[in-house]
Design a binder for this molecule. Structure first.
Ligand code: ZN
Length: 1030
């Protein structure tokens, strides 16, 4: 098979004015600069302060020692111990009904089609190439010298070759790749001087109508909507900020050429993330994906399929950056591909997939390797007639406990293989014994404490009443085990401003009782009995309380609040009740009242990411140690120091929600939906996670809403279905290609009913001494997740500029290594991308443009901190959508079918005056309406006669009884359904002010804050690659 992946021809081969400046900033490749080498691994996101300890449980272990004895490999490429070769013929009694086509390996091994390079036949003179790039034809038309076959299409060799044009006369400087290019005038060392603010109002940036886009039609399968008139393209300056740069920006040569005559490179000729998504959907969507093969690359996270566990954890639980690890550390250093797994241990599985089986060995507890403490799993090899087993992780030979003994069949497999989840499945649970519990006592069911800021503003805005009213019905929906009638979770209530009010809601009381704690310096819990109650038993007292709270504080004029003592109070209450739990804190303002954790208005960029944020390290430590998860609902109308306040939330596995300038009418639906989802979420409490690996490599770094007190135990006061931990691995020896790289993730936790359990996820990856094998099995979405989290962690301890440089440098390095070692020989001027990574540059560019990494002074520090914290706990599906939003044309809906229209690339060029487009990134959602949107569509969606009548105030669409409205509503629901945050719908009319906000999400374009366009960034990366290769 050809190793050739994606091939680019001349347009990318040239130095560009501006890009040279960029490269100067990056300098020569520095092999010591890459993620995973971000300084001290314990410096930033590990424990704010050591010293916390959880109860000792037999969870940890010594590191595995010694290489495996020869000749004992469990796996080989052709003989899988692990997957049934004929599952249909085997009793499989714990497995749900087999899906229709489960009589064999249901999914062929994933392989990439070979992608022969398209040789560059056009002129390669540097000047001509630069000229071509700068002066390429109008979109959708081809200049002489280019054949239409070079356009990207599904399943075809991907090649992007710019149209060839006569030389422009104005271009005189064109340097070969790798040479020094004079930086633009305003650059210093490749980085632009601090620019002034871009004008917010846009006078001239409205693009003209866009010609019909064949890509759009092809993807959506729909003709353009009515009122859609093809017109010549007229691309003026894209946005007001398009001429600006900022520190660390990529001053693209293209965008720096002023004037309306500027032309752009055909964006259809560079790798399209949408095309990659659609191709995977077409080839793998709707199928059954069986996890019976080690090192198998799963369908993309954007592809719907049914996953069948046949020995390796479902990709819903674990996704890896590559499914084939390099066999040596030298090879790993050469490629610099991060070796990481994104683990979402409590991910939701759809109803048509089997939930996890629970294994109960009674008092004996789970079976574990004596040496490395790994849990019994499909990677254990039974020997000596079944009396002993060899650990797949450390190779230790263990005796099989008598109760667990079973004979082996003719191929050496236990005859009960398919009857035991722990022998044949990638994921399952164990009931834990008392040894795994705090103080060797069975845990109590968790508790939820609702803590409401009742200061003047919250009372006055109606927020307090809204929360209280909602809780009356919401408390009936507390999560419970399937088999149980009601929830075991107890509830408690606290209100606060400058002081704390605890409420006794014991069922025997006629009226709730309030106890005030005014000594906030030394918070104590004034009552034990009657504070945490079963809602069903205390229903009337609790409802009574919720009715009274808004009235109780109706006349308050207290505007100051406390915060740290609130957390302290909640934590102490859980501690006193000897249970884990969640705090739901509803807070509005900067806690300025005199109390521990008092914050000042320090919206000062210089202070961000410094030790000032350690204010909450003590409460954080205490919360984690006591299994107290902090969920924070913030309603700020000014700076509230999210970086500090959100820390406790982050380290305790909680979720941070933020509603800026909360307006009761407009924002209640979003907030209440978030609250409901969070209260109803299935969650594991008081959790500790351990990742074990087979010999030769180990987990070295962890990213997520977690707390690390040592280098191996990942502590989470709680972990819910949406939280993912990204784990980076490093070699410490050579890996064995036969036995592969095995990973076992074990999460010890307390269930919602108070049962102590272990959730085990196992996955096996391949190893190879061929770099091409590593590149072939990479997953861009998982790589993006890793890069996002490692960069967002790094900014706490390193200058932003350096973090950005490392990202670009590592991207270029990975691609250059592929080019050098895996691709067929070709001209240096060609950009050649591995197929599995061909859209990595666009994602890395999106990441660099995120408000966290863009480093613009006009981005509020609270916003940066908020986004940073959200991303740190995201799984792969969430980061994919967050960094590359979904853009859907909704003017051409298939009103009869239940299909969602095909997505479009996030660029202004995909919009049209006559169209309506929906954009969502998991946090924000926009409905953009072109000025010529057909009146019938407007009528159908808004019940108003024309564009001018549409109100952009609304945050939802009216419920109308017509096909347009119903269809769009169902699409909105579909997009929202799997996302942890509720997206508020923002209606944007073309050429009106809020359009600026919307345009920030068109991530392939140059951004308002100066972030490079995809095209420009690709040029930069190519230049870096050329320098690395030269
Ligand atoms: Zn072992």
């Amino acid at each position: 098979m050809s190793q050739q992946g994606y091939v680019a021809a001349p347009p990318y081969s040239q130095s560009q004015p501006g890009i040279g400046g960029f490269s100067a900033g990056f300098g020569p490749p520095n092999s010591s600069l890459h993620y995973g080498h971000y300084g001290d691994p314990n410096s930033s996101y590990s424990a704010p302060q050591p010293g916390v300890s959880k109860s000792t449980v037999p969870f940890g272990s010594s590191a595995p020692a010694g290489p495996p004895p020869p000749g004992t490999h469990q796996f080989s490429q052709t003989n899988f111990q692990n997957g049934p070769s004929t599952p249909g013929q085997q009793p499989h009694r714990f497995q749900g009904p087999p899906p229709p086509s489960s009589t064999g390996p249901s999914y062929p091994p994933y392989s990439h089609q070979s992608q022969p390079a398209y040789p560059n036949t056009a002129s390669t003179s540097p000047t001509a190439q630069l000229a071509n790039q700068l002066n390429s034809m109008q979109i959708n038309s081809y200049g002489p010298g280019t054949t239409p076959s070079s356009r990207m299409s599904s399943g075809h060799p991907a090649s992007f070759q710019g149209p060839q044009l006569p030389l422009p006369t104005q271009q005189q400087i064109a340097l070969p790749p790798g040479s020094q290019v004079p930086p633009p005038a305003n650059n210093v060392n490749g980085l632009c001087a601090q620019p002034s603010l871009p004008p917010v109002a846009r006078q001239d940036g409205i693009p003209g109508p866009v010609p019909p886009d064949p890509n759009l039609q092809q993807l959506s399968g729909q003709p353009p909507g009515p009122g859609y008139h093809p017109q010549p393209a007229n691309y003026g300056p894209q946005m007001a900020g398009s001429q600006l740069s900022y520190p660390g920006a990529f001053p693209g040569g293209l965008a720096q050429l002023p004037g309306p005559q500027q032309k752009k490179l055909d964006p259809d000729s560079i790798p399209s993330p949408i095309q990659v998504i659609e191709n995977d959907k077409a080839s793998r969507g709707g199928q059954i994906y069986a996890t019976n093969t080690r090192g198998q690359v799963p369908p993309l996270v954007t592809t719907d399929c049914v996953i069948q566990d046949q020995g390796h954890a479902s990709p819903r639980y674990i996704r890896c950056t590559t499914y084939c690890f390099p066999s040596s550390s030298d090879m790993a250093k050469q490629a610099r591909i991060p070796l990481a797994a994104v683990i979402q241990p409590f991910a939701i599985v759809p109803p048509n997939e089997t939930p996890l089986y629970v294994v109960n060995h009674g008092e004996t507890g789970p079976i574990r390797c004596n040496r490395c403490k790994a849990y019994m799993c499909p990677f254990m090899q039974f020997i000596e007639g079944g009396r002993r087993y060899q650990c797949g992780f450390c190779s230790c030979i263990n005796d099989v406990p008598p109760f667990f003994f079973q004979h082996l069949d003719h191929i050496g497999r236990r005859v009960d293989h398919y009857e035991r989840p722990e022998l044949s499945l990638g994921s399952y649970e164990y009931v834990a014994t008392l040894d795994y519990c705090r103080n060797n006592k069975p845990p109590k069911p968790p508790a939820y404490i609702f803590m409401i800021d009742v200061s003047y503003r919250n009372i006055n805005s109606g927020l307090v009443k809204l929360i209280c009213d909602e809780l009356k019905t919401l408390l009936d929906k507390l999560p419970r085990e399937e088999q149980e009638e009601s929830s075991a979770i107890r509830v408690g209530f606290v209100t606060y401003n400058k002081v704390l009010h605890f409420f006794n809601v014991k069922s025997s009381l006629a009226q709730p009782q309030m106890m005030v704690v005014s000594d906030v310096g030394e918070v104590f819990v004034p009552l034990l009995d009657g504070f945490l109650v079963n809602f069903q038993e205390s229903r009337s007292v609790v409802i009574n309380l919720l009715d009274q709270i808004p009235e109780m504080f109706a006349d308050t004029n207290e505007s100051e609040t406390i915060f740290a003592p609130v957390i302290q109070a909640g934590m102490e209450a859980l501690k006193a009740a000897e249970c884990a739990g969640k705090l739901f804190i509803f807070h509005s303002s900067l806690p300025t009242a005199e109390a521990p954790g008092k914050l000042r208005n320090r919206d000062d960029k210089k202070l961000l990411n410094t030790d000032k944020e350690k204010v909450f390290s003590t409460p954080t430590r205490d919360c984690v140690a006591n299994g107290c998860c902090v969920n924070l609902f913030l309603f700020p109308n000014q700076y509230v120091d999210v970086a500090s306040m959100g820390l406790v939330t982050m380290y305790t596995g909680g979720t941070l929600y933020k509603y800026n300038n909360f307006q009761l009418d407009a924002d209640s639906p979003q907030f209440l939906s978030d609250l409901r989802k969070d209260v109803e979420k299935k969650t594991g409490f008081d959790a500790i996670m351990r990742v074990r690996t087979s010999t030769g490599f180990r987990a070295t770094d962890f990213f997520g809403a977690i707390y690390m007190n040592n280098t191996t135990d990942v502590e989470m006061a709680a972990v819910d279905c949406d939280k993912a931990v990204t784990v980076e691995f490093k070699h410490d020896d050579k890996l064995n290609e036969d036995s592969g790289a095995l990973i076992q993730c074990a999460v010890l936790y307390t269930s919602i009913s108070g049962q102590r359990r272990l959730r085990i996820h196992n996955i096996g990856l391949n190893c190879s001494s061929q770099l091409a094998d590593v590149y072939k099995t990479c997953e861009t979405d998982a790589l993006t997740n890793f890069f996002a989290k490692s960069a967002f962690k790094a900014i706490l301890s390193q200058p932003l500029k350096m973090v950005r440089e490392i990202l670009v440098n590592q991207t270029a390095h990975m691609l250059a290594c592929y080019r050098k070692n895996c691709a067929s020989p070709s001209a240096v001027s060609q950009l050649i991308l591995p197929d599995a990574m061909k859209v990595l540059p666009v994602y890395v560019n999106c990441l660099l443009k995120s408000c966290v990494l863009v480093g613009r002074p006009e981005i509020p520090t609270d916003e940066r901190a908020y986004h940073r914290q959200l991303v740190m706990s995201m799984g792969v599906a969430d980061t994919q959508l967050f960094f590359y939003p979904r853009l859907l044309p909704i003017h051409s809906l298939d009103l009869k079918g239940d299909t969602v229209p095909g997505a479009l690339r996030c660029s202004e060029e995909r919009l049209s005056e006559g169209g309506a487009f929906l954009l969502a990134n998991g946090l924000s959602m926009f409905l953009w309406l072109g000025v010529s949107t057909p009146p019938e569509l407007i009528q159908g969606l808004f019940n108003v006669p024309s564009f001018a009548h549409i109100s952009t105030e609304a945050t939802s669409l009216p419920d109308l009884d017509n096909p347009f409205s119903k269809k769009l509503k169902s699409i909105l629901e579909h997009i929202q359904s799997r996302k942890p945050y509720t997206m508020k719908l923002i209606i944007v009319k073309q050429r009106e002010q809020p359009e600026m906000l919307f345009r920030q999400f068109l991530v392939e374009d140059k951004s308002i804050y100066g972030g490079a366009s995809y095209v420009d960034f690709l040029c930069c990366v190519h230049k870096e690659i050329c320098q690395l290769l030269s």
